[in-house]
Design a protein around this ligand. Structure first.
Ligand code: URA
Length: 149
């Protein structure tokens, strides 16, 4: 399972996660470790885009978290890849900083969780792609370890 921040304009219009430019990059990132979009379930912290594309406020995130929790309960993932700091903060909790904490595993309630860079951040700052690629290699290793592939 993957968790992003919230739908952008394209996603709001189409009702599907990660279909815009960052979605294309995400598809490539998944493909780099042999995963197709069909093999993963993608959810977002907030279910509609806050005005002006800003980061969701804590109130907005809290209002949507029951839906995300239900998605996780239904999907019952073994691994969750957290795309960006909003996803990491509202799942792992605490003061997650992606530059510092990306690639580190947290195991809770039977689920392995790892934060990595949000694809939009990688579009803005392409040199970070190397670190994100290393995180994806760690994800592929974890999937092997858990015999998910
Ligand atoms: N960014 C997100 O965090 N989620 C999407 O679904 C699209 C862009």
């Amino acid at each position: 399972m993957l968790i992003g921040e919230g739908p952008g304009g394209d996603e709001d219009r189409l009702g599907r996660p990660f279909v815009g430019r960052s979605g294309q990059l995400l598809t490539g990132m998944l493909e780099s470790i042999g995963l197709s979009r069909q093999q993963v379930y993608i959810a977002n912290v907030v279910k509609c885009r806050p005005p002006g594309n800003r980061t969701p406020t804590p109130d907005e995130a809290q209002a949507c978290l029951p839906f995300l929790r239900r998605q996780v309960a239904l999907v019952r993932p073994k691994i969750i890849l957290l795309l960006g700091s909003t996803a990491a903060r509202y799942t792992i909790g605490g003061d997650v900083r992606i530059r510092r904490d990306h690639g580190t595993w947290t195991y809770r309630a039977g689920v392995w969780m790892m934060p990595t860079y949000h694809p939009s951040a990688l579009l803005r700052d392409p040199p970070r792609k190397l670190e994100a690629w290393q995180d994806l290699q760690a994800l592929a290793e974890k999937m092997k370890e858990l015999e998910l592939c």
